[in-house]
Design a protein around this ligand. Structure first.
Ligand SMILES: C[S@@+](CC[C@H](N)C(=O)[O-])C[C@H]1O[C@@H](n2cnc3c(N)ncnc32)[C@H](O)[C@@H]1O
Length: 273
């Protein structure tokens, strides 16, 4: 997946709508991550401030929620490929120190800071967890923690099944491949996340799989969530679904909706020993 495509999609399509968070999947996942962090904090709450880096900071919702739930004073740092997402985050978190940069170049950013907490929340669909792990390690201080939240390939099973068996597939979508996994690089499941964290030297403190239910009344509902909300934007753009004409929309509404589905999201906390 090309970084400039993801950057354009976040700048032009997703940033203005991201915070609507239809069905509250992002907000609820971040809440679970914050509960994990707070349980670890309880053991070492000495009142000192923490340096926190959110990699793929997006619109800064994590920092807003974290500050509302934690008494630990923090110095917030963020990195994101999308300037528009960071603009929203800066409006929300005025003291955010932010860099518009590809996570692949993290090592060049924030030199000489040793972070106490690094978050990667919903970025491993774009940057593989195995590629992030050594970069997170290098930026964390000893005893620092990594808060991981990420979708898995096991998510959206109903959608994946329906896409595979859709009648008139070739006519509707031409040569486009209807495989979600060809357009996002999520880990397979919780076991894969734990294995990669451990292989990279981290001690996993907590790990769970969050399976929020999803309900889409019609194609419009689905597009609000999956295209404008960022969940499946690369996949849907390749299919051309964002430009579907009236006839295709009517056909898809009849064949697919209403639709029930669920996602599978890994929420983990790991420590650099
Ligand atoms: C689904 S959003 C998650 C935002 C935020 N972490 C949250 O939980 O709400 C993914 C974010 O990762 C950013 N992103 C995608 N690829 C990236 C890359 N290679 N380097 C840095 N940021 C990237 C996007 O611009 C977007 O803001």
């Amino acid at each position: 997946m090309q970084v400039h495509v993801i950057q354009r999609q976040y700048d032009e399509v997703i940033a203005p709508r991201y915070d609507f968070d239809p069905q509250s999947v992002i907000g609820d996942s971040l809440d679970l991550a914050i509960e994990q962090i707070r349980r670890q904090e309880r053991d070492r709450d000495d009142g000192t401030s923490s340096y926190v880096l959110d990699l793929g900071v997006g619109t800064g919702r994590f920092f807003e929620k974290f500050r509302a739930h934690s008494s630990t004073p923090i110095h917030p740092y963020g990195l994101d490929i999308s300037r528009k997402m960071i603009d929203v985050a800066r409006g929300r978190i005025p003291d955010l120190v932010a860099a518009v940069e590809d996570a692949a170049h993290l090592d060049e950013q924030f030199p000489s800071i040793s972070f106490d907490l690094i978050c990667t929340h919903f970025i491993t669909g774009f940057v593989p967890v195995g590629a992030l792990a050594p970069k997170v390690w290098d930026k964390l201080g000893d005893g620092g923690v990594w808060s991981f939240v990420g979708g898995t390939k096991a998510g959206f099973p109903n959608l994946q099944r329906k896409a595979a068996s859709l009648p008139l597939k070739k006519w509707l979508f031409g040569g486009s491949k209807l495989e979600v996994d060809d357009h996002v690089c999520n880990p397979a499941d919780q076991d894969e996340v734990v294995r990669i964290l451990e292989e990279n030297g981290f001690a996993v403190c907590e790990c769970e799989t969050f399976c929020p239910n999803l309900h889409f009344n019609n194609l419009k509902d689905f597009m609000e969530f999956a295209y404008y909300g960022g969940w499946l934007t690369p996949f849907l753009e390749v299919l051309g679904l964002h430009k579907a004409n009236w006839m295709i929309r009517t056909l898809l509404n009849a064949l697919y909706f209403p639709m029930e589905d669920h996602h599978k999201i890994v929420v983990a906390l790991a420590r650099k020993p």
